[in-house]
Every structure is written in structure tokens, then in C-alpha cells.
Design a binder for this molecule. Structure first.
Ligand code: FE2
Length: 208
């Protein structure tokens, strides 16, 4: 019996695809991986309700999956109205995919004098859009909810266990970097592995 297309099946299929693409030493940013991720965020029928809840004060980072070898992790970012990150980097590669609402991405670059300044115009991600982040190409940015009156949600794929990566936040006034480890907002993950309903349905279908 074919698996259904949406819900946790879609999330599990993406995780299986990324796991197959990974080598023992890691998961690389490739057009194939980006295409699989883009396909995931093009559909808004799979993110568990518990991973969509905003917090009145803080943007939320719900871990959806971390590879057992910490080669990649998948996180839903939930922005309350008007919420935004500090200026920060990642130390690992990333993809940001917009699921609901919209977010504004302002990149920053370090000048000759050590200062941190906005680099180029801010871009706005709309549902289905995917932004690529690469530390080698400069990945310092600030992200904010484009909406002052509603929640926005993006899904992020990183080349490591992002909540446990030692990275940096920056004071845009001085350019000073401070160590930063983001952690996660949730203590539990979606249960991807109870496939009993589909198995029971297949058995019932076979018994007909
Ligand atoms: Fe970021």
C-alpha cells in the first residue's frame, strides 16, 4: 500500500532522502539536496501542530529531527508578530525554507575596520522560497518576521546539530562577536516512527 503524501510521511521521507545522501563524514550542500528540501517546504501539510506554537516573547526553534551522527538537523522556526533574531552566524551550512507567512533576511558583512554592516538589500522569503546559507560565502545575518500582526514559520536544514553548535552573535554597533549556542525550544520531537496505522490498513486490505 503506498504511503500517504502528507503529514509525518512527508517529513519522514525527506529525512530518509537526506540520510541516504549523507556520507560517513557528513551531508554536503548539493542541488539534489536543495531540490528535496524545496519539495518539502513547497507543501504545508506535514508540520506537527506542536511545532507551530509561537511564544509571546521569543521566536521558537523546534527540533524536528537530528541525524544520529549529527550530520544534519531540521528545525521549525516560529516567529511571533514582529519577532527577530540578533545578528548571528551559523558555523555550518544551512537552507531556510518559508512555510507560512514571510520573513525578512538581512545579510551583514565585516568591513576592513572590523565593523559589521548590512550587505546589500534585505530580501523577503515567501512560502515555498528557499535561501541558502554558507559560512564559506559569508552567512552573518539577521532574520525577522515580515509581519507585525501574525505568526510566520520557516523550516531550516543545517549541516550539523545546530542547537549544539558553538557560533556567534554580533553587536552591529561595535562588530564585537560573542559566543552563542542556541539550543532548542522543545524537549520532545515529533514521533515519526509509529507507522502502525498504515501497516494495519495494509493487513486489512490484504485480508479482503
Ligand atoms: Fe540564521
Amino acid at each position: 500500500m503506498p504511503e500517504s503524501q502528507g503529514g509525518l510521511d512527508r517529513l519522514r521521507r525527506f529525512i530518509a532522502t537526506a540520510t541516504r545522501m549523507a556520507t560517513p563524514s557528513g551531508l554536503a550542500q548539493t542541488p539534489e539536496l536543495q531540490a528535496a528540501f524545496a519539495d518539502l517546504v513547497r507543501h504545508d501539510d506535514w508540520l506537527p501542530e506542536a511545532c507551530t506554537a509561537p511564544h509571546p516573547q521569543y521566536y521558537q526553534q523546534y527540533l524536528l529531527h537530528c541525524d544520529p551522527l549529527e550530520r544534519f538537523s531540521l528545525v521549525s522556526f516560529v516567529w511571533g508578530p514582529g519577532q527577530f533574531t540578533p545578528v548571528h552566524d551559523h558555523e555550518v551550512w544551512g537552507y531556510v525554507g518559508m512555510l507560512r507567512g514571510a520573513e525578512v533576511n538581512q545579510r551583514y558583512a565585516r568591513g576592513q575596520d572590523g565593523s559589521i554592516a548590512p550587505a546589500g538589500a534585505a530580501t523577503t522569503l515567501q512560502p515555498g522560497d528557499v535561501e541558502r546559507l554558507s559560512p564559506a560565502e559569508g552567512d552573518i545575518h539577521r532574520v525577522s518576521n515580515a509581519h507585525a500582526d501574525r505568526v510566520s514559520i520557516s523550516v531550516h536544514l543545517y549541516g550539523g546539530n545546530i542547537g549544539a553548535v558553538s557560533r556567534h552573535v554580533y553587536d552591529p554597533a561595535t562588530g564585537q562577536a560573542k559566543p552563542f549556542v542556541s539550543g532548542y525550544s522543545s524537549a520532545s520531537l515529533p514521533n515519526l516512527w509509529d507507522r502502525s496505522e498504515a501497516v494495519r490498513a495494509a493487513i486489512a486490505g490484504g485480508a479482503r
